[in-house]
Design a protein around this ligand. Structure first.
Ligand code: SF4
Ligand code: SF4
Length: 401
């Protein structure tokens, strides 16, 4: 395993986020929207200087594109077609938990998500981040100074980070910053969940440190059909009808979260990334080009039940109440297929194999990795009686709305 010391990503003077309407995944519409945002953001010129390009979609689990869990293949293909005019080699890859560890499961995932067909049509090479790992070190990080990532991440001229806009139980939304967590191979990601589980801000800080460590990245977001509710895998698809692009992942997430009704600074990764200088999370300091975001705002966006804003709870009470107030995973017998993925990913060893698995609530650190991994939507997140009696679940659910 090699080691790369990488500087903090430096930004240009002002963060630009390009937004284009895209009413459907019809390939022609997507191609126009992708081309538009890459041109308006100035990223197309930057891409023209790159020869070896990695397309990094969100491939969380083996779900069909219509489920809105993964980046839609037509968006990945449109980016690929655009860069194919000047690049000499296009790679496509991600590191989904479990599927990334196992070549045949990875092949199934690529097929189900439509990514193998895209790779075939583009003549792109599919890569698994688990094949070779490199350590990146960023001495300027706030909390996490080194990460193991797929070595391909460091071998390309640029990574086009093609995120999917979804809710997330820990980070409120998963967008450009969170999507880079996929650069950490397979179940190594679970270790970060454990280390950061006592404090969501720690988890968010880890994501910001990782994004700053990777560096050579531009960002595109598929928000044509996004996911509200119990994202990132068990929510409902929701039409937002846009594609966005930026060199600044913090600004991109800030604009996207504004459109779905979250105040940008209520997203920990945006607030911490802005404070650290990774990007700009303040909407009034971001140059938004293309479509008018005031005309794009969606109303009544459903937040995730796992979204909590602990800063609203007085500090002395926080520790005492935390376990009782956080949503717990609840397993649905009617949907569980007994695959055991949740048991395997639970680094706290709070689950026992079964159909459905049984939970040891005292051990559960509420990291929600099980909820995220379950491709059968068999795990709900539920608040307990105390949280409901106090009405705190409503306070938590609607902060920033
Ligand atoms: S809850 Fe989901 S991940 Fe866990 S065993 Fe059942 S189907 Fe598999
Ligand atoms: S049961 Fe689920 S939420 Fe609890 S610690 Fe395990 S993976 Fe995390």
């Amino acid at each position: 395993m090699g080691c790369v010391v990488y500087p903090v990503l430096m930004l240009s003077d002002r963060s630009v986020v390009a937004v284009a309407r895209c009413p459907s995944y019809e390939p022609e519409s997507v191609a126009v929207a992708v081309r538009t945002v890459l041109e308006l953001s100035g990223l197309l010129d930057r891409l023209k200087a790159c020869r070896k390009i990695l397309l990094k979609p969100n491939l969380l689990s083996p779900r069909i594109p219509e489920d809105a869990v993964t980046t839609h293949p037509s968006v990945v293909e449109a980016v690929g077609v655009t860069v194919a005019r000047f690049s000499s080699e296009i790679l496509i890859g991600d590191s989904p938990p479990f599927a990334g560890e196992n070549p045949s499961r990875y092949a199934t995932l690529l097929q189900k998500t439509g990514m193998s067909d895209v790779a075939h049509r583009l003549g792109a090479k599919v890569v698994r981040f688990e094949d070779q790992v490199v350590q990146v070190v960023n001495p300027a990080s706030k909390l996490y100074r080194s990460f193991e990532v797929g070595s391909v991440v460091r071998e390309v001229d640029v990574i086009v980070n093609i995120a999917k806009l979804k809710n997330h139980a820990l980070t409120r939304i998963t967008g450009a910053v969170k999507n880079l967590f996929g650069c950490v191979p397979g179940i190594r990601k679970g270790l970060f969940h454990v280390r950061a589980a006592d404090d969501r801000e720690v988890f968010a800080q880890m994501l910001v440190d990782l994004a700053a460590s990777i560096g050579n990245t531009i960002h595109v977001m598929d928000a044509v059909i996004a996911m509200e509710g119990e994202g990132p895998s068990a929510g409902q698809p929701r039409q937002v009808g846009i594609i966005l692009a930026s060199a600044d992942p913090i600004a991109l997430d800030a604009v996207a979260s504004t459109i779905v009704g979250f105040e940008p600074m209520s997203v920990d990764t945006t607030r911490l990334g802005d404070a650290q200088g990774l990007g700009c999370g303040r909407l009034d300091s971001i140059e938004v080009v293309g479509a008018n975001i005031d005309e794009l705002r969606v109303s009544g966006w459903l937040p995730s039940s796992g979204t909590n804003d602990w800063t609203r709870i007085p500090a002395p009470l926080r520790k005492l109440l935390k376990r009782q107030l956080l949503a717990v995973p609840v397993f649905r017998r009617d949907r569980c297929i007994g695959c055991g993925d949740c048991v395997q990913i639970c680094a706290a060893k709070a689950l026992t194999v079964g159909r459905p698995p049984t939970l040891d609530a005292a051990r559960c650190i509420r990291c929600y990795c099980c909820h995220e991994i379950c491709s059968s939507r068999a795990i709900d997140l539920r608040y307990g009686t105390l949280a409901r009696l106090l009405g705190i679940h409503r306070l938590m659910l609607h902060t920033g709305q």
